[in-house]
Design a protein around this ligand. Structure first.
Ligand code: ADP
Length: 315
């Protein structure tokens, strides 16, 4: 199973991408839908909200009146905390349940509008960001979805910035053209990236690394941070230090575009456990080529993520 996160600003075009990938066989898990389901009438979620915020948050049919809840929950920080403490665990549990129910070879497409805001990017095998500039999003929301102009502006402003989304994007889809062009890009991502990633992951092999030297790219530092964050999410307290190292970590030096990362662990047992987690998380050992690859070197199953992980026991 591999997990792909899909995000983008409101009105960016996530639905088009989700539809295209689902038609190819992706297993869609929709965070917005789950968020609604866990507070439907008759759920423990809705009962907990009523306990916390009062029966005034219900409409005359006993369903959640969202504006009424928002007026109470967003009034102060305490309210937001209370709301999140009720809904987040329920959403998390339901997401887990749906993920666990998917077939072992599934590609889970987790559609999460607030993935960046929730710092969730490191928990996916790959993150797809759909991008359209704020003006186009506003225009589409108002003219096509019939949203109120001021409301649409407010929601766009409250969300993450393009730069924040760019920083976590393993795959960036530009939706400044037609919906058909976006669908075409999504299909290409599925064929050239997602399917090879799943194939390599299930076979436990790393994608080949580029060897040709290229000019230094400022994006290397950004990718380095992304990989380091992903590895922290996978290894947690099992690692003592995780650092972007090597030529791509040195500003200005031409090199093959391979992100070298050092993972330092306490002892041999921790290294064995880290190796197991790396393998399970899509970072299999790089096969020794003529015996020249040192032990405990991992690559990535993802053909679009050229990394070399040097797993070391602290001196
Ligand atoms: P999201 O799911 O990211 O919030 P949608 O996929 O629903 O956004 O797109 C928002 C609106 O813009 C929809 O009405 C959709 O049909 C329309 N739309 C999406 N992409 C384009 C595009 N490239 N050109 C014109 N309209 C688009």
């Amino acid at each position: 199973m591999i997990r792909v996160g899909l995000t983008g600003g409101i009105g960016a075009g996530k639905s088009t991408v989700a539809k295209t990938l689902v038609a190819q066989g992706a297993h869609h898990i929709d965070a917005d839908r789950i968020a609604r389901e866990v507070v439907e009438p008759g759920t423990p979620g809705l009962a907990a909200l009523v306990d916390a915020f009062g029966p005034e948050i219900l409409d005359s049919h006993g369903a959640l009146n969202r504006p009424a809840l928002a007026a109470r929950a967003f009034a102060d920080e305490e309210g937001v905390k209370k709301l999140n403490a009720i809904t987040h665990p329920l959403i998390g549990a339901r997401t887990q349940e749906l993920t666990a129910a998917a077939p072992a070879d599934a590609v889970i497409l987790h559609d999460v509008p607030l993935l960046v805001e929730g710092n969730m990017a490191p928990f996916y095998d790959a993150v797809i960001v759909v991008h359209a500039d704020a003006e186009s999003r506003l225009h589409r929301l108002v003219s096509l979805r019939g949203m109120d102009d001021a409301d649409a502006r407010k929601r766009i402003e409250a969300q993450a910035s393009d730069a924040q989304r760019r920083a976590v994007a393993d795959i960036w889809l530009d939706n400044s053209g037609t919906p058909e062009e976006l669908a075409e890009q999504a299909l290409q991502v599925w064929n050239d990236r997602v399917l090879p990633l799943r194939e390599n992951h299930s076979r436990g092999v790393a994608a080949p690394l580029p060897t040709a030297v290229v000019d230094a790219d400022p994006a290397w530092a950004v990718i380095g941070t992304r990989v380091v964050n992903r590895l922290w999410a996978l290894l947690g307290a099992g690692a003592k230090r995780i650092e972007h190292v090597g030529p791509t970590a040195e500003p200005g030096t031409p090199a093959p575009p391979v992100i070298d990362v050092a993972v330092i662990v306490a002892d041999d047992a921790a290294a064995d456990e880290a190796a197991r987690l790396l393998y399970a998380g899509g970072f299999p050992v790089i096969d020794a080529e003529g015996g020249v690859t040192p032990a405990r070197t991992h690559g990535a199953a993802d053909p679009g993520r050229p990394v070399r992980i040097h797993l070391r026991v602290e001196d």
